[in-house]
Design a protein around this ligand. Structure first.
Ligand code: 2AM
Ligand code: CA
Length: 263
């Protein structure tokens, strides 16, 4: 698998950020027993990883712009290129010592996502995608799963929690989907959920109230694996609507329809 120069830069940044997270994750596991918990420690770990990733990318591409979960927007002299960075997707998992979290880095060119890297350091799983060149998990090229019937499918989702999302509407969606599928999973890291759709582990995924950095790299991966992505209304306003539905050509439309079934 030949990687472009920019992909090499993004991979190095993700690996370096991931190594920092791994070191801090060890300490987080020890802090579970403390009364206060590892909250402050995790915020620091998150910011530290973001700084490492930012420094790596900015050194290689000093003109590019940035959108980052922790530091927000940094305008570069080149506004045609923008890195979109989530240094720690799956923060709640990380905080609780659950090894399902990832670094996510995407590159947008003129508003289009052209490259993406998602790295889960706990499993040492590195997903890479370039527009038009496919998506890989480590060295293996990925394809979305081929299932055609919802009843055979394992569907991933994100459940809105305290202070977030429309809980009533979500329960309707969940009720609609659970009656028609083989299983539902809630992993708690949207970037990894999308990567897992690309890898054919999940047949589809839906979630609302997500940010661009949760989704950018993963959206490209699903597309490059031959899958379909949309917002909850079936359109392409994914960032603006903050919602995503992803799956193969059969399950994506079937899931969209099921989600919207009237009560
Ligand atoms: P995070 O771990 O980077 O916060 C979980 O349902 C998914 O929603 C995760 O990918 C999580 O990303 C994302 N998410 C986005 N905004 C969030 C918020 N305000 N609180 C918790 N999770 C959030
Ligand atoms: Ca995130």
């Amino acid at each position: 698998m030949a990687r472009s120069a920019i992909m090499n830069v993004m991979v190095q940044a993700a690996l370096k950020g991931g190594r920092s997270l791994t070191r801090d994750f060890g300490e987080v596991q020890n802090l579970q027993v403390s009364l206060k918990g590892p909250g402050d420690y995790v915020s620091q770990a998150d910011k530290k990883a973001e700084n490492i990733i930012f420094n790596e990318l900015q050194r290689a591409r000093p003109d590019y712009s940035f959108l980052m979960e922790e530091s927000g927007t940094i305008a570069g002299s080149d506004d045609q290129h923008r890195f979109i960075i989530d240094p720690l997707d799956g923060t709640t998992n990380f905080l609780h010592g659950i090894p399902i979290f990832a670094v996510s880095i995407a590159l947008e060119r003129q508003g289009q996502i052209v490259a993406g890297v998602i790295y889960n350091p706990a499993l040492d799983e590195l997903y890479t995608a370039e527009r038009g060149s496919g998506v890989f998990l480590n060295d293996r090229r990925l394809r979305v799963a081929g299932r055609r019937k919802l009843e055979d499918c394992v569907i991933a989702t994100g459940i809105p929690h305290l202070g977030r999302g429309k809980h009533g509407q979500y329960l309707v969606e969940l009720r609609n989907v659970m009656g028609e599928v083989a299983g539902i999973r809630r992993m708690g890291a949207a970037a990894l959920d999308l990567a897992s759709v690309a890898a054919g582990r999940f047949d589809a995924f839906w979630e609302s109230d997500l940010q661009p950095w949760d989704m950018a790299a993963g959206l490209l991966m699903v597309r490059e694996a031959g899958g379909f992505v949309s917002d909850m209304s079936g359109g392409q306003d994914i960032f603006a609507s903050k919602s995503v539905v992803a799956g193969n050509e059969f399950i994506h439309p079937a899931l969209l329809q099921t989600l919207k079934k009237p009560v």
